[in-house]
Design a protein around this ligand. Structure first.
Ligand code: TEU
Length: 558
């Protein structure tokens, strides 16, 4: 969609506050720590910060279990600190979007406390079902493993939790729930924030009667709770009552999202501006299996990206990402963290910042941070990884963690959550205390201080990429054309935009592996200018290109 909007032209930087910067030495990142590093964030040239949940929470799922939507988690600071943050972000001409987690709350939320006591006002706020002993209400599974039902002694009934047992799902079919959530959204918007990232927002509506799901499906029950029957209605109401009254950006996180659905959620009158899908994050699964690692294929990546680039060309808008707090580090998945860490980090960055859509850079991605070694269970913090590690050990009749270490260490969400690497000091400059999670040992080499001092660093390359994108509308709005859909190691595409009779075209050539291929490209041009590359080389003709390992080039064609 080429109608202009500020959020289409924006580059977003995601901050996971728990792991960004600790200002008070308790080993946990905090709001003041982020404020202290805002000049760094601004120096990247980004326009928007997406802040992961900072609300009051028992932190069973690092803040995705919210016990009070209108208070700040104590270890992160106070509401005053948060207000300072907003002000300081705005002072630097950036915007701030917050995480909205309203599929579920924490079990400690007052609504749940009242609900489990059977207080009539809150009785129907969550999804309660009768049942006893092994007789579960249905066969739905939690994303984190095990049944999606937990028995509550107090209410003597089961409640549904599609995530952790500490995260009961709200009953969105209850109008009072919707109204309370809309009021919360409005309360934050009135504080002056610039939008929301909406957590698992396509899970709100559950099929009536909660029927059993296909037992062979990867997430049992999901056909009955993903994109349920009332989804469109709930989001339309949220939009009409609250969102549409503000000039904000909204991005929905939507597991199992297809292009067709994305066009509906994010068309011109849709409730959302864009949505995160997961298709390209599953390339390295073994089939459908997340807790197994498979070989990935570049032509498959092209197919997925092409589907989304073309599918949202006229309607809707892409959200572009490689990493976030739930994904392992991209260099360790689709690059080479050992022999070509820098080159492949730059290559993957080039890809993300030259596609059509709004790019999201996750903290540390701009340094080429990698997965960490998880040598024992007690180094791990993530409830998802820990649960699945236990399940894997049990189900395969394994003895110990070592037997499942390869897959767990590769896939764990903790890979994204190791502290931001500021310098080569003991705790990477993240904290003066004991970090809540291990610091990646490679921080002695991979860190901001070293990257600042090095013209060739991944960091400085990301700055160039962001800068280029900010200067070239064709990189934001231009149409995408894949030149080599069948090539197994080189990805090459153009972005083309015609405005007032002038055509602007950019060519991107990416070598995704460590070989040295030569490719012929079907491009027409009178003059080609190399705008950016991760190798130092003189301009050469872009129709016959010989590439070094993980080489990336961006040309302007005239
Ligand atoms: O995640 C939803 C979710 O299911 C995925 O992001 C999942 O972690 C991913 O598919 C793994 O590949 C959101 C939050 O981002 C996550 O941190 C929370 O734990 C979860 O919701 C529950 O709120």
């Amino acid at each position: 969609d080429d109608e202009r909007a500020w959020w289409k032209e924006a580059v977003v930087y995601q901050v996971y506050p728990r792991s960004f910067n600790d200002s008070d030495g308790d080993g946990v990142g905090d709001l003041q720590g982020l404020v202290d590093r805002l000049d760094y964030v601004a120096s990247l040239g980004v326009d928007v910060i997406w802040l992961n949940p900072v609300y009051d929470s028992p932190q069973e799922d690092n803040g995705y279990d919210i016990s009070d939507y209108q208070a700040i988690y104590e270890e992160f600071g106070t509401m005053e600190d948060w207000e300072t943050l907003l002000e300081e972000v705005h002072d630097r001409d950036m915007k701030l979007i917050m995480d909205l987690v309203v599929n579920h709350t924490s079990r400690d939320h007052e609504w749940f406390v009242e609900s489990r006591q059977g207080n009539p006002e809150y009785e129907e706020y969550y999804i309660w079902r009768e049942g006893d002993g092994d007789d579960l209400p249905n066969n739905w599974e939690s994303f984190f493993g095990g049944s999606a039902w937990e028995y509550d002694e107090e209410r003597e009934a089961y409640y549904l939790h599609l995530y952790d047992t500490s995260q009961p799902d709200l009953d969105w079919s209850n109008e009072d729930v919707r109204q309370d959530v809309f009021d919360t959204i409005e309360w934050w918007l009135e504080k002056g924030i610039d939008g929301f990232r909406m957590d698992v927002i396509n899970l709100l509506s559950k099929v009536d009667g909660l029927p059993d799901g296909d037992p062979d499906s990867e997430w049992v029950g999901s056909e009955h709770f993903i994109d349920g029957p009332e989804m469109t209605e709930y989001l339309a109401a949220m939009d009409e009552q609250v969102l549409s009254n503000y000039d904000i950006m909204t991005v929905g996180e939507m597991p199992q999202l297809t292009v067709e659905e994305a066009r509906e959620y994010a068309d011109a009158d849709g409730p959302l501006d864009m949505a995160f899908h997961f298709q390209h994050t599953k390339l390295d699964y073994d089939g459908d299996e997340r807790w197994a690692v498979g070989e990935w294929d570049l032509t498959e990546l092209k197919e997925i990206i092409g589907r989304w680039q073309n599918g949202l060309q006229d309607e809707g808008w892409n959200a572009l990402y490689w990493e976030n707090h739930d994904q392992p580090r991209v260099v360790s998945r689709y690059g080479d963290p050992v022999n070509y860490r820098r080159e492949s980090a730059k290559l993957l960055g080039t890809f993300m910042l030259t596609l059509c859509g709004t790019p999201y850079i996750y903290q540390g991605q701009e340094l080429g941070m990698t997965n960490a070694p998880w040598e024992s269970m007690d180094q791990m913090r993530d409830v998802d990884a820990i649960n699945h590690a236990r399940e894997l050990i049990e189900s395969a009749g394994h003895e110990s963690y070592e037997d499942v270490q390869d897959v767990v260490a590769y896939r764990s969400r903790d890979n994204a959550r190791t502290p931001m690497q500021w310098d080569d000091a003991e705790n990477a400059g993240f904290t003066d205390g004991d970090p809540w999670i291990q610091v990646n040992p490679n921080h002695d080499e991979v860190n901001v201080e070293a990257a600042e001092a090095d013209d060739d660093s991944v960091l400085n390359y990301y700055r160039d990429l962001v800068d280029l994108r900010e200067r070239k509308d064709v990189l934001v709005y231009g149409a995408y054309d894949d030149l080599l859909p069948d090539h197994e190691s080189v990805y090459a595409y153009t972005r083309t935009m015609t405005e007032n009779g002038d055509t602007e075209q950019v060519l991107v050539v990416l070598n995704f592996f460590d070989e040295r291929p030569t490719v012929e490209l079907p491009v027409e041009y009178d003059e080609a200018t190399l705008l950016l590359s991760n190798y130092d080389r003189a301009d050469d003709a872009p129709d016959t290109v010989s590439l070094a390992p993980y080489e990336a080039r961006i040309y302007r064609l005239d």
